[in-house]
Design a protein around this ligand. Structure first.
Ligand code: FA5
Length: 350
């Protein structure tokens, strides 16, 4: 009986050596290990054996079974690798001397404007912070001096998750975390907080030429001793003249936001109609671009900063509207349209 095991093993190895594909391998697996396979057949001849012989022979058949299964698994891996190699060899070679595809993609206008603003503020010593899109009620409202049921919330209805979190309606939602992150360096080492944080915002509102339900803002804050409105105006002016590279008409008027005192609306003369009035500026000739103000003492306190010692300014630049003005895009909805033809016309040279 033992010789049967030895010769079966030899036959198996001979056949295995000739196998060249996974489907052939499956055939050999069934032929040896299947219900009617050769290894299983060996057990049928055990009837004539004594109890002791059956035990010893059964053990040897089981060892053969494991060895055959192991060899099939090894060969499967080898053949898989071989097939991948064949596929790679069959691929066409790349010609690196070919000219670039002229239909290549381009950066989105908002990305371009965001990067430009980041470059400008970095050169003035600001850090660029990243912040999540899903935030808590505390981050988006309460830490900003907007308690529950405050009427200021009506202006910023947004999308809520079942766990009470929400999609941030303003980049101001990151202010509290930024103050907490840098307050020790401010107090212990006298390092001013100078940070910008661009991000996507969401609001549940009707859309028109200058309103989207998903748009980008870029928040900026600066906190130190003796920061005043003059600092705020200086940074706003520098940023706008750098972005547009030309004289831009702006106006500053009082604006109410519970997290600044005093607060301002910074409007830009509409560059679509030259200030005459059009749908992009709701026929007013002006576009609200960058509300700003001096950070409210309660907001500093919530961030762990003593408002009797430190003051600061904050602004919330409408990045999407800035892209509209910079690239002469009359309808804000084009920017979220995903229409490559309309988007690439603003960025061909990038
Ligand atoms: C705010 O969101 C305040 N967080 C801004 C701020 C920051 C004030 C720091 C003071 C200090 P407001 O809701 O006005 O404010 O939005 C700011 C800017 O975002 C607007 O001027 C506008 O440019 C842009 N914006 C607001 N809503 C939309 C919208 N639906 N679609 C496109 N842009 C919008």
């Amino acid at each position: 009986m033992d010789s049967k095991i030895v010769s079966l093993r030899e036959r198996f190895e001979d056949e295995l050596a000739k196998i060249e594909s996974l489907s052939e391998l499956e055939g050999i697996r069934v032929a040896y290990l299947g219900k009617k396979g050769s290894v299983t057949d060996l057990l049928k001849g055990m009837k004539e054996l004594s109890h002791e012989e059956k035990k010893a022979f059964g053990q040897k058949v089981n060892e053969l079974k494991s060895a055959v299964a192991e060899r099939i698994a090894e060969r499967t891996e080898e053949l898989k690798e071989l097939e991948i190699k064949k596929e790679i060899e069959a691929m066409p070679e790349f010609d690196i001397s070919m000219p670039a595809n002229l239909d290549r993609g381009s950066y989105h206008p908002i990305t371009l404007v965001q990067r430009e603003c980041e470059r400008i503020f970095k050169s003035m010593g600001f850090t660029v912070e990243d912040y999540s899109e899903v935030v808590t009620d505390y981050e988006c409202f309460e830490s900003l001096n907007i308690p529950k049921h405050h009427p200021a919330r009506d202006m910023q209805d947004t999308y809520y998750l079942e766990n009470g979190q929400l999609l941030k309606s303003q980049t101001s939602a990151a202010q509290n975390a930024i103050y907490k992150k840098y307050k020790d360096a401010l107090v212990n080492d006298g390092v001013p907080i100078k940070a910008i944080f661009p991000g996507r915002c969401f609001r549940n509102e009707a859309t028109d030429n200058c309103h989207e339900n998903t748009f980008f803002q870029m928040e900026g804050v600066m906190v130190d001793k003796n920061i005043s409105i003059s600092n705020l105006i200086y940074f706003m002016k520098t940023m706008l003249s750098e972005v547009f590279q030309k004289e831009i008409k702006v106006r500053l008027r009082p604006g109410f936001f519970p997290f600044v005192e005093p607060g301002f609306e910074l409007d830009i003369s509409c560059l679509i109609c030259g200030g005459e009035g059009c749908p992009s500026c709701k026929h007013s000739g002006w576009l609200e671009l960058c509300p700003c103000g001096m950070i409210h003492p309660e907001v500093l306190k919530a961030g762990g900063i003593d408002p009797d010692e430190y003051t600061g300014f904050a602004f919330g630049l409408g990045l999407t509207r800035l892209a509209m003005m910079k690239y002469g895009i009359a309808d804000i909805r084009d920017l979220n349209s995903g229409n490559l033809k309309s988007l690439s016309q603003f960025t061909d040279d990038e």
